[in-house]
Ligand binder design. Sequence first.
Ligand SMILES: Cc1cc2nc3c(=O)[nH]c(=O)nc-3n(C[C@H](O)[C@H](O)[C@H](O)COP(=O)(O)OP(=O)(O)OC[C@H]3O[C@@H](n4cnc5c(N)ncnc54)[C@H](O)[C@@H]3O)c2cc1C
Length: 425
Amino acid sequence: MQAEGPRCHVIGAGLAGLSAAVRLAEAGRKVSIYEGAAQAGGRCRSYFVARLDRTIDNGNHLVLSGNHSALAYLETIGARDALTGDPDPEFPFVDLATRERWAVRPNTGLLPWWVLKPDRRIPGTTLSDYLGGAALALAGPQRSVADIVPSRGVMADRFWEPFTLAVMNAPPEQASARLLWTVIRETFLKGGARCVPQFTRSGLGPAFVGPAVSYVCERAGEIRFGQRLLGFDVAGGAIATLRFREAEVSVAEEETVVLAVSPAQLRALLPDLDSPEPAGVIVNAHFGVDQAVLPDRTPPFLGVLNASTQWIFWRDDVISITISAAGALGLDRDGEETMLPALWSEIRQALDLAPDCTYRAGRIVKEKRATFDQSPAAIVRRPATRTPVANLMLAGDVVDTGLPATIEGAIRSGEMAADAALARA
Ligand SMILES: Cc1cc2nc3c(=O)[nH]c(=O)nc-3n(C[C@H](O)[C@H](O)[C@H](O)COP(=O)(O)OP(=O)(O)OC[C@H]3O[C@@H](n4cnc5c(N)ncnc54)[C@H](O)[C@@H]3O)c2cc1C
């Protein structure tokens, strides 16, 4: 398709910027992407780590089959096959305090009869524990998850806390009930077929990032790396100039700018716009191991309770663990020398590895600003896609999509910005 119409300038090549660019390129528009870093992907990226001699993801990312925007985006860029998942949803867990192991296995149909089956639900829970979660649907915007669901007992320990930490990167008392409900509404409430965990075959970059860049560039688009936006000039109510560190780019009145930067950069570039602060450290540890050590089963992940480790993932010859809300839980303070052996000891117990089983190299990655403040007080300040500047649209997980800071939220925000840009044209 021949690109036509006014150009769209997209600032930031995280998933929000890429999704906006893909949508615009698909609609036949000319697109220029400006990325401050040397690579695309932002908080969802893969990179080579010499110590491990492997390309790893900055953090383990879980996508569910109900994340329809993410899956449609992969379909468009020709990377749907880069994700894989079992046909049936399964969430395996181990409790390191009691050594109990179980798997939550929702049925795929719309009617959730799995909650009636003790061998499919969380041990020690009853049907009424699950029905209680429906109260989240009615939660007002000022309510936290802990205001609505039990904060003590089996359901709190084995479901609400791990689920909230994983989805919201915050403990239940700091996380908006309304945001968590949106995820439940789009996945679990639509039946088990919408909550099947999806994993990348070769990492985030080959799935979500590389194919998107190729898609845009093959359709009269371009991407420029090392282009950090420092500010812009507005004339007649519209952006007229984009000021990058080393160059200026003129923006014609009919052209559009999609600002798809991180929450911290959004606050720096638009100081008059009230938007949530970045928040929430996520720690990941990656261990290079002998491939024979890896569990020979799917799904390739395990939830861990009563440990610092919350989730263990494995792929090829790397085992990775995730600790969400690590700052709030006080689990982000130690250095690699202390953390690596302590976390490996938890992995050994969780995966039932031999006591002398060890790793060849390890690496800790601390993402200090992994998400934005998703507390009830902060989410009412999420900005809208459109701004008072006529040709400026916002994208990014922090934009008010109704979803938490996730791949799905970032991709949807990009689509919303692209649609607003197309509508303006
Ligand atoms: C460790 C970790 C684990 C996560 N786990 C999950 C998960 O399991 N499931 C899930 O769905 N989500 C997860 N997330 C959240 C998800 O990664 C993010 O919500 C999503 O990637 C945000 O994308 P974005 O495009 O909005 O922002 P970003 O990825 O931050 O992209 C912004 C881009 O803009 C660029 N930029 C910034 N300032 C400028 C500037 N001035 N000029 C030019 N460019 C600029 C940045 O370099 C970056 O590339 C996780 C995040 C982290 C960090």
